[in-house]
Design a protein around this ligand. Structure first.
Ligand code: ADP
Ligand code: MG
Length: 255
């Protein structure tokens, strides 16, 4: 046995982001070992998407550090971080409208870390990824023609096309019907089995329980608690954070 523990794929130290006077994310120190899945939960406005954006370089931190495979990439540009093996989905899907589903994926491949610069090769690789996510039959369609579930799959395919070591998923199950959640879980399960390290932001608790090795709870930008999924989800403070938030929303109160 080695005396030094393996370097985590993702490590944040005191990570924070202010927007004016608002602390959207504060002092988040956390690490995700290789091959593990971290579930991130918390009420709306808790800072979950901002946390993802800080890791992927889409937003620059105002404090703290982000290490990918032990390398300090704090504040690096998104494509630099992508080239370090990091891919993500967006909570709000943003396909390129003038292109087919296949081309949407191919573009990511072309400009991604493993791109060869050849569109024909990129198209072939895109078809492989579309097959993996169950969209092979819709490659020639326009993204606007896709159902909500298929649009989410396309988001997935665009991220997977980069062949990431670390994949961050921002509410990929939002708006899905009950019957559509299972295939999505299966897909994440397959990625896990391949050894991809995953950070998943999700409100669907049965999904969080099914796929997470650890759960991190954000509340008002701070870590409320973290650890074993079942323990965390039964923690009265976590229940309170969710219920308190719903109550406040019903009353038209502030978050
Ligand atoms: P979550 O994903 O958990 O719902 P977000 O990370 O989107 O939460 O937002 C956390 C807080 O930061 C919210 O109060 C939100 O309004 C605020 N926020 C997020 N992005 C910005 C931004 N670009 N400018 C100003 N405020 C922002
Ligand atoms: Mg969000």
């Amino acid at each position: 046995m080695s005396a030094t523990p393996a370097t985590p794929v993702l490590q944040t130290q005191g990570l924070g982001r202010r927007f004016g006077g608002l602390h959207a994310v504060s002092d988040v120190s956390f690490s995700v070992p290789e091959g593990q899945t971290l579930g991130v939960i918390g009420p709306n406005g808790a800072g979950k998407s901002t946390f993802i954006n800080l890791v992927t370089g889409h937003i620059k931190p105002t404090s703290g550090t982000v290490l990918i495979d032990g390398k300090d990439l704090t504040g690096a540009r998104p494509w630099v971080i992508a080239h370090a093996g990091v891919a993500r989905t967006f909570q709000i899907v943003k396909p390129f409208r003038g292109m087919t589903v296949r081309e949407n994926v191919a573009v990511g491949i072309l400009y991604g870390p493993h791109g060869t610069g050849l569109m024909s090769k990129a198209r072939e690789a895109a078809d492989e990824v579309l097959e993996e996510v169950g969209l092979a039959h819709l490659g020639n369609r326009a993204p606007g023609e896709l159902s909500v579930a298929d649009a989410r799959r396309l988001e997935f395919a665009k991220a997977l096309a980069l062949r990431p070591r670390l994949l961050l998923l921002d509410e990929v199950m939002a708006g899905l019907r009950h019957s559509e959640i299972e295939p999505s879980l299966e897909l994440i399960g397959q990625l896990k089995a391949r050894g991809i390290t995953i950070v998943v932001v999700e409100h669907v608790m049965r999904a969080i329980l099914a796929i997470s090795d650890q759960v991190l709870v954000l509340h008002q930008g701070k870590v409320l608690t973290a650890g074993d999924p079942r323990e965390v989800l039964s923690d009265p403070r976590v229940v309170e954070a969710y219920l308190g938030h719903r109550y406040a929303q019903r009353r038209g109160g502030k978050r």
